[in-house]
Design a protein around this ligand. Structure first.
Ligand SMILES: [Zn+2]
Length: 442
């Protein structure tokens, strides 16, 4: 048994001072006041919170950070960015996928992330020929996460077409499936990876890239289902032209709108989408950093009201889940022209609690976990946050974690009862960066 005594603990449901976090093997034994004479490891000036969950990642996109944030095109937009992203995807072989993914995962875990949802769509060789092991690249991504000690939910993407009536482009051939069964069979084959460090989910890429008769077949899937939804106005226009309704309604008709569903983005919802998603108990994964970088827009206010929200760093223009979660509230305030969006007036710590819940428990739920936080029997995944710093002086701990903290505040990160990051550093940081550099854009 390991017993840690920080100044403060937020378990995901309650917070307290002077509580001991007891770890028994890979799970939480209990959280509560120190027993008389109980041997503990004191963590003065520090706070323990559940591990952050980065619910939407394309790890390979870390390769072009800083190279696509500028352009000489006056009309640069999401679609121009996508064309450049396809070039990067085309240049990576299995070693590159491993090295760049591992770099992204290193940055995540050093920033307090203990689980990533990897929306994985680069499946095949250049030109579209399957690798001898058709799941090779998925395995490379899972191996990269395991190598740094990060838990992963591999969301195996199904990708059928460029758009309604448009075949895959040459650059999209690496993503393509030929039948709806391809993704289901891949998930079954990858089942040998499932265990303590890896879960599996299914990700019909979008209603643009996946036809309706494929979506209906995925309704039988027993696990998390993630879909890119209404990221751009063109996504909605294409859906209306093909189906007569927006993407959320298409997913509902296909039998996918329920608590398994995580709708990623939803920056351009159709009328009624907020009610549909809220009533179905589905979640929305918001990626504010990427959505601003790409000019996608903001999650509209109705979707910030009572809808289950989680966050992701998506294209990894930056990897800071603290900031992404905070944006749920702050961008909401900017849109509303008033203060307090996620919380309720008069509710003490309401805003901070909802921000932290989006960054932790809701992400875990969206990836098929229990979203229990630091409950007895739950995985011992948590972050030790250093509050002994000028920026935290005088700030209530929950508000410090939710409204001020960034990755540099992370002291240690524990995954399954193992301290993976110590003093803010992963022990193999230098080698992981060195191995990735040759694959990064320059
Ligand atoms: Zn995405």
């Amino acid at each position: 048994m390991i017993a840690l005594l920080p100044d403060r603990v937020w378990t995901g449901t309650v917070d307290g001072e002077g509580w001991v976090v007891r770890v028994d093997g890979d799970v939480i034994h209990s959280v509560g006041p120190r027993a008389q004479g109980e041997p503990i490891r004191a963590l003065p000036g520090q706070m323990i919170v559940p591990g952050l969950v980065n619910a939407h990642s394309h790890a390979f996109q870390r390769a072009f950070r800083g190279h696509v944030q500028w352009t000489d095109r006056a009309d640069d937009d999401f679609w121009a960015w996508r064309a450049r992203m396809y070039e990067v995807a085309d240049a990576l072989d299995p070693d590159g996928v491993f090295a760049v993914s591992r770099l992204a995962f290193l940055e995540m875990i050093e920033g307090g992330v203990t689980t990533v949802g990897e929306f994985h769509y680069v499946h095949h060789q250049r030109g579209g020929l399957a690798y001898p092991d058709p799941d090779l690249l998925a395995r490379q991504v899972v191996a990269a996460a395991r190598d740094v000690g990060l838990r992963i939910c591999l969301l195996r993407v199904a990708y059928a077409r460029g758009a309604p009536g448009v075949p895959l482009s040459r650059a999209q051939l690496r993503f393509g499936d030929t039948s709806p069964d391809d993704a289901m069979r891949a998930v079954e084959r990858l089942g040998d990876l499932a265990g303590a460090h890896a879960r599996l989910g299914l990700a019909p890429h979008s209603t643009r890239a996946v036809p309706f008769d494929w979506l209906t077949q995925y309704a039988a899937f027993d696990g998390p289902i993630h879909v890119h939804v209404a990221e751009q106005p063109r996504d909605v226009a294409g859906s209306v032209a093909e189906h007569g309704c927006g993407p959320i309604e298409v997913l509902r008709r296909a039998g996918l709108l329920d608590p398994r569903l995580c709708a990623v983005h939803l920056t351009w919802p159709s009328d009624g989408d907020a009610d549909l998603v809220r009533d179905a108990g589905a979640s929305v994964c918001v990626c504010p950093g990427t959505e601003l970088d790409l000019g996608d827009g903001f999650l509209p206010l109705p979707l910030r009201d009572g809808v289950r929200l989680c966050v992701g760093t998506d294209s990894h223009a930056r990897i800071d889940v603290w900031e992404e979660a905070r944006a749920l509230e702050l961008h909401g305030r900017g849109l509303a022209g008033r203060r307090i969006v996620l919380g309720r007036p008069g509710e003490r710590h309401g805003v901070a609690t909802r921000i932290l819940t989006a960054a932790t428990l809701e992400g875990d739920r969206a990836l098929g976990g229990r979203g229990a936080g630091l409950e007895p029997g739950a995985p011992a995944d948590f972050v030790v946050l250093d509050l002994d710093r000028p920026a935290a002086a005088g700030v209530p701990p929950l508000e410090a974690a939710a409204l001020v903290a960034d990755p540099s505040w992370v002291d240690s990160v524990w995954v399954g009862g193992v301290e993976v990051v110590t003093n803010g550093r992963h022990p193999r940081r230098a080698a992981i960066v060195r191995d990735a550099v040759p694959w990064l854009c320059r």
